[in-house]
Design a protein around this ligand. Sequence first.
Ligand SMILES: Cc1cc2nc3c(=O)[nH]c(=O)nc-3n(C[C@H](O)[C@H](O)[C@H](O)COP(=O)(O)OP(=O)(O)OC[C@H]3O[C@@H](n4cnc5c(N)ncnc54)[C@H](O)[C@@H]3O)c2cc1C
Length: 399
Amino acid sequence: MSGRVLIVGGGPAGLACAIALRLKGLCVEVLEGKTWPRDRVCGEGIMPTGWAVLERLGVTAYLGPEDCSEFAGIRYWDDDGRTARGPFPEGIGRGVRRQALSRALHRRATELGVILTDRALVKTVETLEDRIELSSSAGRHQGDVLILAAGRKTLLLDQLNLQAGRPFAGRRFGARQHFRCRRWSDDVEVWWSNGIEAYVTPSGENRVEIAFLWDQSNAPPELKSPEPFQGLIRRFPVLQERLQGQQPDSRFQGTGPLAWQAEGDWPDRVLLMGDTLGYGDGITGEGLSVSFEQALVLAEDLPPRMARSELDQAALQPLRTRLTQSFRDTLPTLRAALILARWPLLRRFAIRALSRSPYLFSHFLAANMGVRPLWRFPVIGLCQAALGLIFPSPRQRKG
Ligand SMILES: Cc1cc2nc3c(=O)[nH]c(=O)nc-3n(C[C@H](O)[C@H](O)[C@H](O)COP(=O)(O)OP(=O)(O)OC[C@H]3O[C@@H](n4cnc5c(N)ncnc54)[C@H](O)[C@@H]3O)c2cc1C
């Protein structure tokens, strides 16, 4: 099939999209400003739906146990010592070290013949009637379609007359560090404390990642200390004890603010995906999976449009709607989780209720992955949750 697609950004979204389009026979070039493999601050949890896409794209063959661990669900730990666990309704999630994910995507893309250009920081974008022209630090590039997958808040948006907006109020930040140690749980753990959460994700047979998320209004003063990780982990004494004496496996790194979305009319021949289109928060761990699903949407919808040369804004509108919707679908559960982060008393009641209701917790996970509508609450789960409010599971640790 003729037609050339230029993808700006060789993160997980851009590479997954390149693979999916290449499998449909398109000629694809990825322009990455830095070099592969890419690393970045991330909770590193891939939901079962996201993993299923990676399997379809043939990427999982390149991920071995040294950088990839299974997890069966999510476990919440409240700071009063109570816990609640939600198993995934279907499938298994994976914790994958970001560099290893980048390496695997890059290998698969290379194998399929995607043109991969690194050190190609794209500086200008021109949308012409019959093509797209880009200039980057590696030279000039021409294509029929531009897919912008350059992460949050790329400066290129200005050139396309798009603006930076926010899907909801509040400014949250995140940070992470890896440690060489054996996992102690089959789940991703979320430890709640007032104003900050800690996420524990196994990402390799001998590696655990600890990520923190917090609201700007509650910025932990420990961040200004010479050893910010040690300061933050003190808020979670059980985790601190577990990590005692374990060797760090990465540098402590932070990022933010997290929530953002691109606003305005997309120009002709231009599509947005991944974090460039919109991103909410790490609290529900769905960013990568949403990007991978968007890659499939693009691979299904774009090739026939390119064959018919239907690439103006009006013709691309249905595709834009589908891409945007996949991001918007994650917002209801995300908002619910952010309410728990903000209101400790509410969280206490929610975790009491969920402590007796794995069905309800599992339902929230299904809704977050887009496999079940949020409003279709399981009756048995609601009954269990009501019971949990009155008779919660006993505390498993001292509060
Ligand atoms: C604290 C935190 C925790 C998270 N936890 C999870 C989690 O557990 N699970 C999950 O699924 N998601 C999580 N996420 C979200 C996830 O990290 C993102 O959704 C994901 O990285 C999006 O990938 P992307 O390819 O869109 O963007 P990025 O990973 O940011 O990649 C963008 C790429 O574009 C390149 N680029 C930028 N500008 C240019 C340019 N002008 N020219 C050329 N190249 C350019 C960059 O160098 C980069 O390589 C978390 C995020 C944070 C911040």
